[in-house]
Design a protein around this ligand. Structure first.
Ligand SMILES: Cc1cc2nc3c(=O)[nH]c(=O)nc-3n(C[C@H](O)[C@H](O)[C@H](O)COP(=O)(O)OP(=O)(O)OC[C@H]3O[C@@H](n4cnc5c(N)ncnc54)[C@H](O)[C@@H]3O)c2cc1C
Length: 453
């Protein structure tokens, strides 16, 4: 029996796809990474046992395995590998809410939005909110340690992961953590798997911490003549308070959104800050006054404050559609560089300098309150010279971030797109330690080869 027949025999029915047309849709993530290969099969697991069976088969035949959530990743982390298999979690979507423990026990294929909706029925909230929350899975969020818009106040995915089940590279299923809020027994292995981008194991269940539903929000929208003045307002605000959202859009991204979905944003504005406070009672008004004063002192040309949820949502939506809006202008190279908040103005200045020196268009949106920016390099795919310049600019932005004491990725992960710059950020000793951990957990290197390391 050939190896593939062994896999389809072990996982009968429609669990395994081998038809090239069906497999095609599992080759790329949202970044359309050009290095993506063609898998020999896609396993659409329905439970942890199916994942174990597929991984055991792959271990026996030394076949690469790419775990896949919803494929919304922006760094080529779930790009397929030639001759490998993809294990898709799209069918594992059960969500169980334990209101007494205030946790949700979730299968990895459940979308972030589905978890939010399920827990909201019980007056609870799962805070991590990537802009892609309607199209990304919890497994992908855990594997990338996803961030989002409210992370400036509420933290990122790892702050909400209390436990998980993971299938290791030899097919063993382990359970880490659980519903316990406090648990320091043993090494902190749970956190090792968060953000490991499918290179150490496959998450088949996550126990997520929940909090009471978010309070009413007040939204402030401030227009600035330049990105620099907006960034200075962010630094000033973050010295004294933690807004529940603090996002930045530059002029190019505002215009891309207006072209894509007209919302009445002022195209002449140099940069926009969208901030929210969800502080209780009168503290909300006080926080918004501090934010307003910081914006005015930094040179805001206009500050608008609203309590109206629909009006607020319109501005937040403008920020959320920025990626698809910019994508409509050409091919993209998506950056995710970050720096300590006080360095934000210098990071944005460095990004502007790269755009000028490489003569490329780089609109920027940012989770500014976290110091996490998304410079998005746009180029014409039909112009090879422009593509080459864009790729050089992409590398230079990461170099600039490292030079400023920042990071090449704040939330999207290293994947395949940024791995060339990882040694420059981590240095040889940390890279060597990382390789030792990878070798210890996956000695044959079958889990997501080519990603991260
Ligand atoms: C419009 C848009 C906006 C976005 N905004 C944000 C944002 O604000 N913040 C943010 O953090 N991200 C954002 N992203 C990026 C993306 O949505 C996140 O990285 C998300 O966490 C990926 O989830 P996914 O299910 O799509 O994972 P995939 O793309 O399928 O996979 C991502 C990585 O996780 C691994 N993986 C997936 N599932 C598992 C599993 N069960 N076990 C082990 N490894 C697994 C994959 O191998 C891969 O390395 C955005 C993307 C888009 C398209």
């Amino acid at each position: 029996m050939d190896a593939l027949a062994e896999l389809t025999d072990a996982l009968p029915g429609d669990l395994v796809l081998t038809d090239p047309a069906a497999v095609e849709k599992y080759r790329f993530d949202w970044s359309r990474d050009s290095s993506a290969g063609t898998p020999v099969a896609v396993v659409r697991a329905e439970d942890a046992g199916h994942v174990q069976a597929a991984v055991r088969w792959a271990a026996r035949h030394r076949v690469p395995v790419v775990p896949r959530g919803a494929g919304s990743g922006l760094s080529g982390g779930s790009s397929a590998v030639d001759g490998g298999i993809v294990i898709s979690m799209e069918r594992m979507r059960a969500i169980e809410v334990d209101t007494d423990c205030q946790v949700a026990v979730v299968e990895p294929g459940a979308l972030n939005a589905e978890v939010k909706a399920a827990v909201a029925e019980h007056g609870l909230w799962y805070p991590p909110d990537p802009s892609s929350f309607e199209i990304c899975s919890i497994g992908g969020n855990v594997a990338t340690n996803a961030g989002g818009l409210c992370c400036v106040k509420y933290g990122v995915t790892t702050d909400y992961v209390l436990g998980m089940d993971v299938v290791l590279a030899d097919g063993t299923l382990i359970t880490l953590g659980g519903k316990r809020i406090k648990d320091v027994a043993g090494l902190s292995l749970l956190k090792l798997f968060v953000g490991s981008e499918g290179t150490l194991g496959i998450v088949t269940r996550a126990v997520l911490r929940l909090v009471p539903a978010q309070q009413r929000r007040c939204t402030l929208v401030a227009s600035f003549p330049t990105v620099d003045t907006a960034a200075r307002a962010v630094v000033s605000m973050r010295r004294t308070l933690r807004p529940s959202m603090l996002e930045l859009m530059d002029q190019a991204s505002i215009n891309a959104v207006e072209d894509y979905r007209p919302m009445g944003l002022d195209r002449a504005t140099g940069a926009l800050l969208i901030a929210q406070s969800d502080a209780p009672g009168s503290a909300r008004t006080e926080e918004v006054s501090v934010m307003q004063a910081a914006c005015e002192a930094a040179g805001a040309s206009e500050v608008f404050v609203t309590d109206d949820p629909d009006e607020s949502e319109m501005f937040v939506e403008a920020r959320r559609v920025a990626f698809p809006a910019i994508e409509a202008r050409g091919s993209l190279l998506l950056e995710d560089v970050g720096a300590p908040v006080p360095i934000l103005p210098r990071l944005l200045e460095a990004i502007g300098a790269v755009a000028a020196s490489y003569d490329v268009e780089i609109p920027v949106v940012a989770h500014a309150g976290d110091g996490n920016t998304h410079p998005i390099i746009v180029f014409d795919p039909a112009d090879p010279e422009a593509e080459q310049r864009s790729r050089a600019a992409f590398a230079e932005v990461m170099t600039a971030a490292i030079r400023l004491g920042g990071t090449i990725t704040g939330e999207h992960g290293v994947g395949r797109a940024k791995k060339v710059a990882l040694p420059d950020q981590l240095g040889p000793d940390v890279m060597a330690l990382t390789r030792r951990i990878k070798d210890a957990l996956d000695p044959d290197g079958i889990l997501n080869p080519g990603a991260v390391l």
